[in-house]
Structures are given as C-alpha cells and as structure tokens.
Design a protein around this ligand. Structure first.
Ligand code: GDP
Length: 434
C-alpha cells in the first residue's frame, strides 16, 4: 500500500495538526519527515488542547506507531519534556520511534540562533530561536551531532570537543556570549540519552516493512510550501524542505512508495514573521480575521499576519508538491464577511499580470494582488453533515478554488474541534486506504 503525504500548502499554520490527527485514525504509522520543535501542532480533542512540537499527532491514538524521521532535527531536552507531559496526561508514548540519523539541536545552536537574529536587526528572518536553523546548517557542513551519537559516551565527547572548539570561539568572539563546557554538556546529554534510548530505531526500515505489509503510512510535513528552503520565499523560509518530495528523503523511502499528497490550506492565508505577503489584509478586517481565526503562534504566541486567499500561491503549491487533493481549513472564519476577495493573479511592476507564482523574488516583492470578489454566506457553518450541506455561497467559494487549481477539495474545516470537518468521500478514502 503506498504512503500518503500531508503538506502545508501556504506559509504553515494551516491547521495540519487537525487534519493529520483525523487521517491518523485511518493510518497505522504516522511519520514526521522534516523540521524541529518550531512546528507546534495544536489538537483540540474532547475540549482538551494538546500542543505537540516533536511528536507526531498520531500519538494521541493508542497503537499507532509514530516516527520522528531522519529528516527532522531533535532537541532532546524538549523531546523528553514533551514525552513526560504526554505520559503525565495518560497518553502512552511506547510506540514512538526516533531515527538514529536525525540531527540533534544542541545548546550552542539555540544560543547562535538567538544571537544571530539579534545581529540581523531589521533584516531578521523571524526564526523561533530554537536552534533549528543552526542545527541544519551543521548537518550540511557535516559537523552535526546525530541522535545515534548521543548513545555512545565516547563518541559524544569527541564530537563535543570538535564542535565546541569552533562554536565557543563563535559564541565568545562574535556574539559575546558565554562559552560551553564539554563535560557539563556531555553529562546533561547522557541523562537525556538514557531516557531516549528505547525510542531510537532504524525508522527507514520500520516504514519500509510497514508498507510491505500493507499497513497505512502517513507522512506528515511541518511548516508549509512557501517556507521551503528551496522553493519558498527565501530567505524568509525554514531551514528544511516541507514540500512533498522531501517526504521520501526525510523518511528514508523512495518516491515511488507515495501516491497521495494532501495539501492543507486555510480558506484565507496567514504568515508569521517577515517577508512579502501580497494579499495581506489592510484595515479593520485584518484584526477581525486574526481574532476570529485565533491567529497567534502555537510555539511563540506571536501574532500572525492575515491575508485573503491567494490562488497564485496555491497553484504553486499544487505544482511543487504534486497535490492530489486539498483540505481547506477554517472556512468558518470567513462566515463573518459579506464579500470575500480571492486573489486570482498578480500584477507585476511591468504592468503584466500572471497567474503563476513569480520565479524571481523582486517580482514577488512587488506583486500586487488582482482580486475577484465572491459573495459571502454570512451564516454559521455549525451542524452540517457533509460538504453538500454548505450554504450555496460557501459551496461556490470551494468550487471556485477547485476550478482555479484543478484539484479537488476533499475536506473543509468548519471549526476548531476535530469533529468540525466536512468530507467529500470519507476520511478513510482521503487517508489513502480506500
Ligand atoms: P498547524 O501547525 O498547521 O496544525 O496549525 P496551528 O497550530 O495554527 O493549528 C491550527 C489551529 O486552528 C488549532 O487551534 C485548531 O484547532 C484550529 N483549527 C483547525 N481547523 C479549524 C477550522 O476548520 N476552523 C477553525 N475555526 N479553527 C480550526
């Protein structure tokens, strides 16, 4: 049975957590393939809120195998805290597996992340300052520390000595921060390693076996398409590849093992941090969308910038991910508006209009949205059974998106709770098992 990928189709925070949580019910294995603890997922279950950072949302179901894949970076301290919190709330973590090839976020990564953002001043990227970018940078520079290194005290000390010889110089001389001591750090990490050891596994093999046995595998991306290191709005991007192609490398399977890619997009757009944002809403509607959509960061509490739906950017997401369907979240937030602008093209500085995402950053910087205005429905989306029950104007909104993108909207979110989702063909079918 081929695997299914879930990927954010905008700038992250699309409500992927809820969609993954729903599809996880119909999956046997849920695997995260990139990102670190910046990726806060919020899942509301029976009125209880779970904020997950490292652990895939499948953990909330008993018996689902949850995997942190080799494409992820792991902060051992945060992971242990997250495991302790889940266990304290009666959620078993026994079926979690962490790839030995995942890279580890160390205190110097956090210190450098914070210090370098401060130095960038106005040019700062808006990172969550959790050391994720510096950990991926060290991975690429081949001086990173992997989860498997934590399990061998001798190797760990050697790697710390090599790393700190350079990192302490940088911390002290460039950032005027305090140096780190090898022995203190090694002792701290060894304690964490003892706690994490039972979870460490060859997760590539595990997923391969699961697929061979016909088990249903869900590959979960963090952040979103426009934050992709290669395809996003560089440099205001994350330091890994959320796009669907990375689901294969970040898990350790071949692309031929995947046949379904579900993109998750809000019915509008949000963006955290800096960078161009053509459909950013001006005036009072901005605050209304933010309040109605509760648009504040899960990990940071930062206010999100809000915009009208951008079909140029979504078309790009369809292309670079090969989306086979779209889950549209938070349609209920738009119930408050009598008219809904939808961006169908960008107007470029040379006066030309395009429906394709600009390949050059300066074109994107100066792109102005060309809107079509769709009528709102101005009624509640509570108590609906399936997609056909949506008010006519809401159906029209969804159909407009499908027509523009050539992709089916298979799910529509109508409220924060997990029950508040309408589907076209049942969750099992969307999850790739039917
Ligand atoms: P994620 O990282 O992509 O999961 O996104 P967030 O952490 O920002 O979580 C999305 C938030 O939106 C959570 O609080 C969800 O409960 C909420 N949410 C998800 N789907 C819907 C929806 O259809 N309508 C509303 N109003 N809220 C939703």
């Amino acid at each position: 049975m081929p695997a299914t990928v879930i990927v954010g189709a905008q700038w992250g925070d699309e409500g992927k957590g809820k969609i993954v949580d729903l599809l996880a019910q119909h999956s046997d294995v849920v695997c995260r393939y990139q990102g670190g603890p910046n990726a806060g997922h919020t899942i509301v279950r029976d009125g209880e809120t779970f904020k997950l950072h490292h652990v895939p949302s499948g953990v909330l179901y008993e018996g689902k195998v949850c995997v942190v894949g080799p494409g992820c970076v792991v902060d051992p301290e945060l992971l242990v805290r997250e495991l302790d919190e889940l266990e304290a709330r009666g959620i078993s973590t026994a079926d979690l597996r962490v790839s030995g090839n995942a890279h580890v976020i160390m205190p110097w990564h956090v210190a450098i992340d914070s210090a370098s953002e401060r130095r960038l001043g106005q040019l700062q990227i808006g990172t969550t300052r959790r050391g994720i970018g510096p950990a991926y940078a060290d991975k690429s520079a081949r001086i990173g520390i992997r989860v498997q290194d934590m399990l061998d005290p001798k190797i760990l000390r050697q790697k710390f000595e090599t790393a700190l010889a350079e990192k302490n110089e940088i911390l002290v001389r460039v950032y005027r921060a305090a140096p780190l001591a090898v022995e203190d750090l090694a002792e701290r990490v060894e304690t964490l390693a003892a706690r994490l050891r039972p979870y460490v596994a060859d997760t590539s093999l595990l997923v391969d076996h699961a697929l061979n046995e016909g088990r249903r595998v869900l590959l979960e991306g963090a952040q979103g398409t426009l934050l992709d290191l290669d395809h996003g709005t560089y440099p205001f991007v994350t330091s890994s590849n959320p796009t669907a192609g990375a689901a294969a490398t970040g898990t350790g399977i071949g692309p031929t093992r995947i046949d379904t890619v579900v993109g998750v997009a809000k019915a509008y757009v949000t963006r955290v941090g800096e960078g161009p944002f053509p459909t950013e809403i001006q005036g009072a509607d901005h605050a209304r969308v933010r309040e109605l959509g509760a648009e504040y960061g899960t990990t940071t509490g930062r206010e999100r910038r809000c915009g009208w739906l951008d079909l140029v950017a979504l078309r790009f997401a369809v292309r670079v991910n090969g989306l086979t369907s779209l889950a549209m979240t938070k349609l209920d937030v738009l119930s408050a508006f009598p008219e809904l602008p939808v961006c169908v093209r960008y107007r470029l500085p040379d006066g030309n209009e395009t429906s394709e995402f600009p390949a050059h950053q300066s074109d994107f910087h100066h792109a102005r949205p060309v809107y079509e205005s769709l009528p709102g429905w101005e009624e509640s989306l509570d108590d609906l059974g399936d997609l056909g029950d949506l008010p006519a104007a809401a159906r029209r909104y969804v159909a407009f998106v499908e027509d523009a993108l050539g992709v089916e909207v298979c799910m529509v979110g109508t409220g924060p709770d997990r029950e508040r989702i309408l589907t076209s063909r049942g969750l099992a079918a969307v999850a790739g098992s039917a």
